[in-house]
Design a protein around this ligand. Structure first.
Ligand code: GLU
Ligand code: ZN
Length: 333
């Protein structure tokens, strides 16, 4: 593999693009552009029940509006088509079958009713719902309806080395035998995400920290496949001004709100870049290329960043003031 940095933005088309996922995309893009690396767009559409029509187009529009162009694709569906997981099912199926053949995963034929009863019984006892590994040693063959589950180590701990947060340790017995391949033949997020990051040569996984609890599972998957894991970077949460978790569906977070209201993309870009990153100077108003020039992972902050609409407006105004009259007039029109 080359020494080039390879990063990806991997949205699921399950809702409207919001400032939170745009910030993740933006940091990945800035990292790629500042190092001469590659920025990949990958649509993670394997959760068929949660798909929203038009969400992929909306995501692409939001990225284009901010100027976050992507470099690679599968070379089908046009030169700028992103990778789409539902077009790569064979890859995930083969990977899951390989783990079964190697005794690192197994087929589980538990019915939905059995799993439901299990969950109810666990809830009644006040314990966390978790698959009881019923099929782990049953050697179930491919002829009955089944899912494929990962054999989690029963003891020990899994360490996650995060570039931003240091080492985080998870007790293996708290991680269940999660599903890799569903009964409809679609992979779960965990399997598809890991297989693709490996296949695409991703060197750094930079994503929101809501994915941190999934990472020990991913670490175990890399180990089972014998692949080298990427460098993990979990970006701190975006909160409201009072430190509370933001609601993704809030209209003031939708990118479309800002596109429709006529905000300058470079103003929104600038604001988002400063939401969890700092260039180490007092200067604040910067064009995207100036941000790229200064961008480094060392400037990422560990603490949560608060979303402040007034500050976003301020950034937008500063960028408006930077435009000359003709250009301002043209863009206003
Ligand atoms: N599909 C996941 C999402 O919607 C990707 C998480 C990741 O970057 O691994 O955010
Ligand atoms: Zn089972």
């Amino acid at each position: 593999m080359s020494d080039r940095i390879r990063v990806r933005f991997a949205p699921s088309p399950t809702g409207e693009p919001h400032l939170g996922n745009m910030r993740t995309a933006l940091f990945n893009w800035c990292f790629a552009r500042s190092t001469g690396g590659v920025f990949i767009l990958r649509i993670e559409d394997t959760d068929r029940k949660r798909l929203i029509p038009g969400a992929v187009e909306a995501m692409e529009n939001a990225l284009r509006w901010l100027g976050l162009d992507w470099d690679e694709g599968p070379d089908v569906g046009g030169p700028h088509a992103p990778y789409v997981q539902s077009e790569r099912l064979e890859l995930y199926r083969e990977a899951a079958e390989r783990l079964v053949a190697e005794g690192k995963a197994y087929r589980c034929s538990c019915s939905e009713e059995r799993l439901e009863k299990l969950r109810e019984a666990q809830a009644a006892r006040g314990v966390e719902p978790r698959y009881d590994r019923h099929c782990r040693d049953l050697n179930i063959g491919p002829d009955v309806p089944h899912v494929i589950r990962f054999k989690m180590p029963l003891e020990g701990r899994t360490e996650v080395h995060d570039r931003l947060r240091g080492n985080i340790s998870f007790e293996n017995h708290t991680l269940d035998d999660f599903v890799l391949l569903k009964s409809d033949g679609f992979p779960t997020y965990h399997l598809a995400n890991v297989v693709d990051d490996h296949e695409m040569g991703v060197t750094h996984v930079m994503r929101g920290d809501e994915w941190l609890p999934s990472t020990p599972r991913h670490v175990q998957l890399y180990r089972a496949f014998g692949w080298e894991p990427p460098i993990w970077i979990h970006l701190p949460l975006i909160t409201d001004k009072r430190g509370r978790k933001l609601k993704k569906r809030d209209p003031s977070l939708r990118v479309s709100t800002y596109i429709e209201k006529g905000y300058l993309p470079e103003g929104v870009f600038n604001y988002l870049a400063f939401l969890g990153w700092h260039p180490g100077t007092t200067e604040e108003i910067m064009a995207p290329d100036e941000i790229v020039e200064r961008f480094s992972l060392d400037g990422l902050s560990k603490g949560p960043a608060a979303f402040d609409p007034d500050r976003l407006n301020w950034f937008n105004r500063q960028h408006m003031a930077r435009l000359d009259v003709d250009e301002l007039a043209e863009r206003a029109l």
